[in-house]
Every structure is written in C-alpha cells, then in structure tokens.
Design a protein around this ligand. Structure first.
Ligand SMILES: *Cc1c(COP(=O)(O)O)cnc(C)c1O
Length: 400
C-alpha cells in the first residue's frame, strides 16, 4: 500500500477529528521518522512532547519488552512490584511526597480537579459544592466535558455543552485580573507555566511567582499543568522551576510514558494527596506494572542522558538561529528550551503551507492555531542535526 491508500482507508473508516499532514509514518528512531515510501524526516513535534526521550529509545524498549513478558496488569485490587518503585522515582525527581498514576493527561487533570475540590471542603472548609477553580484564557488541559467547560476556544466547546460549573476564567498573564477573581470560595488556580497548544505562549516574567504569592496570600492551591512543558522540554525538569515556583499540585503526562505507553500522574505532598480515601477515585489501568516500569525508566533516561541540560543548550541555540532568519513572514520567535514557536504575520497566509513546505524538505512540524509553527524535536537532538534543519527552515521561511 502507498501513502494515498492509507489516507483513503483512514478517511473512510476513521472519525475526522484530526487534520494530519499527509505523511504515513511506519517506523522511527531517535529524532528521525520514516514514511511508507521510505522518506526520512526530522520529527519537530515529538508527538506534542510525548517522545522527549526520542523515538523507540533502546533502554525504554528493553524495559517495555521485559515487563510485558512478565506482568502487565493486576488492577489496583492487588499490589504489584513495579508501582512502588515508580512512586519512589517520581518523588525523587520532583520532590513531592506522593503521586497518583492514571492513563492520560486529561484523566490526570480531572483527578487533580477532584483532589483540590476535596481539599476545599475538607481543609479550607468551603461550603460543599461551592468551590471555584480559576483557569486562564487560551488554556489547554484536555478534551473531557469538564475540561472543555473552562476552555476559551469555541472549536473545543461550542457543540458540547452543557458544561461543568465551578470554573472562573481570567486572561493569562494578568495578575491583577487573577487577584480580582479570587473569592472566599476559591479552591485553586490552574494553569500551564507555558501554554503549548495556545501557540507557545510564555507568560510575562514574574507571573508564575506572582500567582504563587497570591495562592499563599489567599489560601488557594496552585495547580500547574506540566503535561506538555514538564519533564525537560523547556530546559528544566519542570517549567515552573524557571521562576523557582513549587506548585501545590503538579500534573504530568506525555513524556512520562517515554512515547511507548500512555502514563500520567498527579503529584502533591501528603497534606493534599493524603485526602483521597480508598474508593473515592480510581482507574483500572492506572499504575499498572507495565506503565510503572516504562515510566520509571523514561524518567531515568532523562537523567542519565542529561536531556534536560541538552534541551536548554540546544534550545537556546535553535531559537537564536531561528530569530536570525531575515524572513518577512516572521512576527516573533519565542519559547523556552526545545519548545519554540515561530509566529507568522497574518499576511503570511497561515502556518499550514509552511508546515507542508517543511515536510517536502524532510522536517515534520505542525501548525498551532492559524499562524504559529511549533518546533519541538525530541530532547536527544544534537547541534549538527539542528544545523541540518536550520538550512531547510531558512529556505522555507524565505519563500514567497
Ligand atoms: C496534551 C495535554 C493535555 C491532555 O493530555 P492527553 O494525554 O491528550 O489527555 C493536557 N494538558 C496539556 C497542557 C497538554 O499539552
């Protein structure tokens, strides 16, 4: 079968809830992916940062195979020998006392929302079912009904109400609006330390610190969704560390599974996470031994291969070089580490055509919204490969 045959099959039998580039990938290794025609591409999306460790990492692969041969699922009705070691590892890399494993980012966000609501009633003593959670404009936290209830993107929510109440929305980056929105019923503030899906939006310097200070002042929990920007992507283990902020609740996903397996988790200290009692929350596959083994080695790889430092250094270099391209189409180059957004002017006619041109040059990127090209290669990328990419990106950004 050729590319078009696969596309035809997919379009006929699959729901059309995505608009992918017309490339059909059949294998991958490190930063490179190969399509069914034998073409080779540099992956500059990394499955939305889920393959920070690089595709089919040999060490994660070995753990995956060995664990799959031994034990894959017990449910949480019984204990297994992998989950405790995963908990311990998560604590070691994060400094949080406890965690709760689930299967997807969205599920982790839902879990975290339940957790802070429970804290609101049990600890802050807000009247039951009156808790409010403040979220921000252009947020992306997933696709469940509750999560889209506080989305500000019409495409994500317009046809999907009625919505879950209890959420307040304020503009991202606006600390005065945030403070004005806090009431005695405010349980928590939830945001992404850098907004990925919104188009790589870096908040004003000091914003995260100021939000953390507000949370302290008003006895409100600070929840950071680090699903896309955490685990080394921005050149720190967690993006909040750029401002030395330690949120009360951290949500992880994506790269936690090393690109092999969906794994997500909520992290907090005992005073908060300890509120969940048996039976109040759960998930059949959450914390299964295959997930636990894969996630633990995925974290180990980030550390052993210095991928966080590499993301920082390569990111600085990549971003500086991108900013030097004298393209009439480019409005701004921004980001942190290896999460880089190139925003184009309105009159450039959209980022999609540039992504398609990059594809013909052997680079896979995805536009976010209309006008932003995101460059987020696996964190194992080296300087020579970035130089190879820059040569091609330069050509595409200088086209008419
Ligand atoms: C991807 C993402 C999610 C949702 O994760 P899924 O695994 O797709 O459910 C939530 N928040 C952020 C910031 C994300 O980037």
């Amino acid at each position: 079968m050729k590319t078009q045959d696969y596309i035809n099959l997919e379009d006929k039998f699959g729901a059309h809830n995505y608009h992918p580039l017309d490339v059909v990938i059949e294998r991958a290794e490190g930063v490179w992916v190969y399509d069914v025609e034998g073409n080779k591409y540099l992956d500059c999306l990394s499955a939305y940062s889920a393959v920070n460790q690089g595709h089919c990492h040999p060490r994660i692969l070995e753990t995956f195979i060995e664990q799959a041969k031994k034990l894959t699922l017990t449910s949480r009705a019984f204990r297994n020998d992998q989950l405790p070691l995963f908990y311990q590892k998560l604590s070691e890399i994060s400094g949080y006392e406890m965690s709760l494993p689930v299967n997807s980012g969205t599920e982790a966000v839902e879990t975290a929302l339940k957790l802070v609501r429970k804290w609101a009633y049990q600890v802050k003593k807000i009247e039951r079912h009156e808790a409010e959670i403040i979220t921000v404009g252009n947020n992306f936290h997933g696709r469940s009904i509750t999560v889209i209830s506080f989305s500000t993107e019409p495409l994500y929510r317009d046809d999907f109400g009625p919505f879950t109440p209890g959420f307040i929305n304020v503009p991202y980056g606006d600390i005065a609006a945030m403070e004005a929105a806090i009431t005695p019923n405010t349980a928590a503030i939830m945001l992404e330390p850098i907004q990925g899906e919104a188009g790589v939006i870096v908040p004003p310097a000091g914003y995260l610190k100021a939000v953390a200070a507000l949370c302290k002042k008003y006895n409100v929990l600070f929840m950071a969704d680090e699903i896309q920007v955490g685990l080394g992507r921005t050149g720190k283990m967690f993006a909040c560390q750029h401002e030395n902020v330690r949120p009360d609740v951290v949500i992880l996903g994506k790269a936690l599974g090393g690109g092999f397996y969906p794994v997500a988790a909520v992290l907090a200290d005992h005073a908060i996470m300890g509120l969940f009692q048996p039976g109040e929350h759960g998930s059949t596959f959450g914390g299964n031994p295959l997930a636990a083994a894969v996630a633990r080695v995925s974290l180990q790889v980030l550390q052993d291969e210095n991928l966080i430092e590499n993301a920082y250094e390569m990111g600085e270099y990549f971003m500086d070089q991108l900013a030097e391209i004298p393209s009439p189409h480019v409005k701004e180059v921004r980001g942190k580490g290896l999460l880089i957004g190139v925003e184009l002017h309105e009159k450039a006619n959209g980022a999609r055509r540039f992504c398609e041109a990059l594809q013909s040059e052997g680079i896979l990127c995805k536009e976010t919204h209309e006008n932003v090209i995101r460059f987020a290669p696996p964190l194992v990328i080296d300087k020579a490969t970035i130089d190879w990419a820059l040569e091609r990106i330069r050509k595409v950004l200088l086209m008419a």
